[in-house]
Design a binder for this molecule. Structure first.
Ligand code: MGP
Length: 200
């Protein structure tokens, strides 16, 4: 799917689906939003200009509809990202919930690998499988020429114990045994190539 097509799909209202959700729906514990970012401007000024909130939802049925129709990493082309963040939290360092946070990152060896890790993470988040769910901001799937990746954003980078617990649980959920690293957004702001502060 090209970025243009992806944008068209994102712009189209989910009319038929929302009508159907008047039947039996299963409420999630909290509201979530899917975001999309296409070809990113280079570093610095202009970052975020292509970042768009696509849909907010709070039922299991809406989640599956959005996931099936749009938010599969196989539909990402070029340098593009899908995000699932708590409603009200923007996937930016500047958001107050993210400002003092950081992220665990895992590299995806293949597209199918990204696809399954993304889905497992989405289900764990909306299903509230993390004990420290309140400490999580959201997750980002990134398609990159040099290698796809998944990042789990958390809100309080300085709390090492919480980050280690989240990192361990995440590895179980996505079935990863290799070491993963946690970086502080504050470090990334200063130096793009900054190394992680924690690993698990
Ligand atoms: P990135 O997209 O998180 O890293 O940040 P990636 O994917 O390794 O690199 P990419 O170039 O392949 O996209 C890349 C750059 O985007 C950063 O160095 C910043 O300049 C900018 N940037 C990224 N994020 C998440 C933010 C943000 O939240 N706020 C601002 N102001 N800039 C950001």
């Amino acid at each position: 799917m090209s970025n243009e097509v992806a944008e068209e799909v994102l712009a189209a209202p989910l009319a038929s689906q929302t009508q159907e959700t008047t039947q039996t729906t299963h409420k999630l514990e909290r509201k979530w939003a899917f975001w999309y970012d296409s070809t990113k401007p280079k570093q610095g000024a202009g970052w975020g200009s292509t970042l768009k909130k696509a849909y907010t939802f709070d039922t299991v049925e809406e989640f599956w509809c959005l996931y099936d129709q749009i938010f599969k990493p196989s539909k990402l082309v070029g340098n593009a990202d899908f995000h699932l963040f708590k409603a009200g939290v923007e996937p930016k360092w500047e958001d107050p919930e993210c400002a003092h946070g950081g992220k665990w990152t895992v590299a995806a060896s293949r597209k199918t690998n990204l696809e399954s890790m993304w889905l497992e993470t989405l289900m764990a988040l909306i299903g509230e499988q993390f004990d420290e769910g309140d400490e999580i901001c959201g997750v980002v799937a990134s398609a990159r020429q040099r290698g796809d990746k998944l990042s789990l954003w958390t809100r309080n980078a300085a709390n090492e114990a919480v980050q280690m617990s989240i990192g361990r649980k995440w590895k179980e959920i996505i079935d990863v045994t290799d070491k993963i690293n946690y970086s502080f957004h504050d470090d990334a702001k200063k130096d793009k190539s900054s190394r992680g502060r924690y690993s698990v």
